[in-house]
Design a protein around this ligand. Structure first.
Ligand SMILES: C/C(=C\Cc1cc(O)c2ccccc2c1O)CCC[C@H](C)CCC[C@H](C)CCCC(C)C
Ligand SMILES: C[S@@+](CC[C@H](N)C(=O)[O-])C[C@H]1O[C@@H](n2cnc3c(N)ncnc32)[C@H](O)[C@@H]1O
Length: 227
């Protein structure tokens, strides 16, 4: 069983640089889309779960503005420290070291919650979804950005090839081959889009919308809490 927290503690110093290199910078586009597709007012309160080095946290902060508040939560100290260093111009962000499966905030606290490349890494997807539902204000929304499963077998073969023949060797050059070797099996184990949407619906969310990106290599899934 992979110790996810230890893994992200180790790769934190190179995480952003490798993401930029391995996705040709596209991960910034995917993150911007996830935040753009939320209906979020200036002055609102938002939460970025599994925030890592804070890419999505800072995008949320730009959306809610200086009058708003954004919490960036992660259980690993090293990415949080990098996030803090990179967010000095964002006084509306508060960084919290904590568990996305037991978030230290009350029910109905947030207008929006994001989770970028976190849901696949938590120990319990249903528990993470339950926490997000609990934490959302009525009519609040979640945006989940994750790797996904292309419908095209050829694209799925490309995904496997890219991860195992390009991503892992590139990471290995920085002594992180083992850490990035975790990616492909974790993606294979992640629910297919229909199953993920069914899990989200079973949690109580509605208005569930799944948007494949890059032919389904990635996806943004949006959902809303009712009353
Ligand atoms: C930001 C991205 C991945 C974050 C990420 C998530 C994890 O769960 C990890 C686990 C262990 C180590 C690292 C990570 C991790 O970095 C997505 C962009 C980075 C990806 C590694 C690049 C792979 C992108 C697609 C599979 C193929 C892209 C096609 C290309 C743009 C033509
Ligand atoms: C792939 S990184 C994503 C970081 C950031 N959201 C991004 O989009 O780049 C996954 C992050 O989830 C965090 N994480 C995994 N499980 C967690 C949990 N149960 N509670 C809090 N953070 C968790 C890891 O420490 C890591 O920083």
């Amino acid at each position: 069983m992979t110790d996810v927290r230890a893994l992200f503690e180790r790769i934190a110093p190179l995480y952003d640089r490798l993401n930029d290199r391995l996705s040709f910078g596209l991960h910034h586009v995917w993150k911007q889309m996830a935040v753009d597709w939320l209906h979020l007012e200036a002055g609102a309160r938002a939460l970025d779960l599994c925030c890592g080095t804070g890419d999505l946290t800072r995008l949320l902060a730009r959306r809610v503005g200086r009058q708003g508040q954004v919490i960036g939560l992660d259980f690993a100290a090293a990415p949080l420290a990098i996030a803090q260093q990179r967010s000095l111009g964002y006084p509306q962000i508060q960084w919290v070291q904590g568990d996305a499966l037991a978030v230290p905030y009350g029910d109905r606290t947030f207008a929006a919650i994001t989770m970028g490349y976190g849901l696949r890494n938590v120990a319990s997807i249903p528990q993470a979804l339950r926490e997000m539902y609990r934490l959302l204000q009525p009519q609040g929304q979640i945006a989940i950005l994750e790797f996904s499963h292309p419908e095209s077998p050829a694209l799925e073969q490309f995904q496997a090839w890219y991860l195992q023949q390009w991503v892992v060797p590139t990471a290995q050059a920085h002594d992180f081959g083992t850490e990035y070797d975790y990616l492909w099996p974790s993606i294979q184990a992640f629910p297919k889009p229909a199953d993920l949407c069914a899990m989200i619906q079973a949690t109580g969310f509605h208005a569930i919308r799944h948007y494949p990106l890059l032919g389904g290599l990635m996806a943004v899934t949006l959902a809303e809490r009712d009353g």
